[in-house]
Design a binder for this molecule. Structure first.
Ligand SMILES: Cc1ncc(COP(=O)(O)O)c(C=O)c1O
Length: 448
């Protein structure tokens, strides 16, 4: 008997917590998946441009990943090892370090964390606090660093924060260069430079009210915050300020890491080297894995300073080795850059033919389309207010046409594209055509 999506969704609603999120917008039970495609229990096939929130660099069930997992299962390797070492772990570290810029890798230490990006962020916070003896942290408006207490404290989005009393104190949020909605209402280079000036002033002013920070955490392209790429020269300025003030710079590449933005690591666009690098998602090749890689000078915590039972998942490390190797051997970051450019140019054409797309932006295969309400007054820079209801309708129309997209950004009004890095030109064309139809249909529905 073939059970329908509704059956599984009803069970899910009845038994799973109210905190469940994706099934509310992607109401299917998945039965099979391959590459960019997923098939639900009713046999309908979707293009998956969510990719496990950016996890599935090689798409679903890539043969090299499946083979790597199979080899571990056949090898009698222990599946669980705490943080004890094994030949697979050793090889994983080799592969990871070989993919980092040499000047970083040659001085790097790695900490295996509990397998989530959020736990790696927790480890990074503890690392820099321990190393500097300071207590303050800097983050950015629009940042997303995870949902655990400490990581949530560093996250901009107020919705999940407001019900939680006593988040980590002494976190200060700085303006991020969000060109479409410039925090200083200046826009362009002047807006970016003003942000840099403000950061310098906060660090130099003995009466800023903010103690020198233990660290600054940033995404080079804000993902959940609405796909906002920071300009390279802005990133370079942040790096020189933090270096000058001896503030460890934590770059969170949980979402951007391993090719998504068109370079193996997003920080490479600006040619900077972080002090601390947070990685998860794609490094486990679809299985849970998270690490912090950092400069050896920060390695001042004591044995057991950041433990966790599940830090030795051998299958995830083997899947991670296979994924990293496949990305590097096939230069998938180059494919991400080329396919990302092609998708952005199609989305910009759609923008020209519609009235509701305020901005199309991104880097590589991390792309956002900001949906706005042009019936309302624009601000003095010409940007219109967010239109979350229409963004939601576009997501729904895309889904009905077999295209899975997610929303993010302020008020959930940015449609996000995170396809796997193996996407082909033909698939880009198909996705763009479906999205164009979805935008038209949604605009019409909202107008009716
Ligand atoms: C930049 C960034 N940091 C941290 C996290 C948290 O990762 P996890 O959901 O695995 O805890 C995410 C998740 O989307 C992320 O995008």
């Amino acid at each position: 008997m073939v059970l329908r999506n509704d059956h599984y969704l009803a069970n899910q609603e009845r038994r799973e917590s109210n905190a469940r999120s994706y099934p509310r917008r992607i109401p299917i039970a998945i039965k099979e998946a391959n590459g960019i495609f997923v098939k639900d229990v009713e046999g309908k096939v979707y293009y998956d441009c969510l990719s496990g929130a950016g996890t599935l660099a090689l798409g679903h069930n890539h043969p090299v990943v499946i083979e790597a997992i199979r080899q571990v299962l056949d090898s009698r390797l222990p599946l669980h090892t705490l943080d004890l070492t094994t030949p697979v772990k050793d090889e994983f570290i080799e592969e990871l370090f070989a993919s980092l810029p040499k000047s970083f890798a040659s001085r790097a230490k790695v900490q295996f964390c509990s397998p989530s990006g959020a736990d790696a962020v927790e480890a990074a916070i503890k690392l820099v606090k321990t190393a500097t003896g300071r207590r303050t942290l800097f983050s950015f408006h629009g940042a997303f660093h995870g949902m655990t207490h400490g990581a949530l404290s560093l996250t901009g989005n107020l919705a999940p924060k407001q019900p939680i009393a006593n988040l980590m104190p002494d976190v200060h949020f700085l303006p991020y260069p969000y060109a479409y909605r410039c925090p200083f209402n200046l826009g362009g280079t002047l807006g970016e430079q003003t942000g840099i000036h403000y950061i310098k002033r906060v660090l130099n002013d003995p009466e800023s009210g903010i103690a020198p920070p233990a660290g600054m955490i940033m995404e080079i392209v804000q993902g959940e915050g609405g796909v906002i790429p920071a300009p390279d020269n802005w990133v370079q300025s942040v790096r020189s300020i933090t270096r000058e003030h001896k503030v460890p710079l934590i770059v969170d590449e949980v979402q951007t890491g391993f090719g998504r933005t068109g370079k193996l690591f997003a920080f490479e666009h600006a040619g900077i080297i972080p002090d601390v690098l947070v990685l998860s998602k794609s490094i486990g090749g679809s299985l849970p894995l998270a690490v912090v890689v950092y400069d050896q000078s920060l390695d001042q915590w004591s044995p057991g300073a950041h433990t966790g039972t599940f830090r030795g998942n051998q299958m995830a490390m083997a899947a991670g080795i296979a994924t990293i190797r496949f990305i590097r051997d096939n230069r998938l970051e180059v494919n991400a850059a080329q396919m990302g450019e092609r998708l952005m140019s199609r989305l910009k054409s759609i923008q020209n033919e519609s009235t509701c797309i305020g901005d199309v932006r991104g880097r590589g295969l991390l792309i956002g389309v900001e949906i706005v309400n042009t019936q309302r007054e624009p601000d003095s820079l010409g940007s219109y207010p967010a239109y979350p209801e229409l963004a939601r309708q576009i997501q729904r129309e895309s889904f009905n046409r077999g295209l899975i997209l997610e929303l993010g950004g302020r008020h959930g009004s940015v449609v996000r594209f995170l396809p796997p890095l193996i996407i082909t030109g033909e698939q880009v064309e198909h996705i763009s055509a479906v999205f164009a139809e979805a935008v038209q249909a949604a605009e019409k529905k909202m107008a009716d």
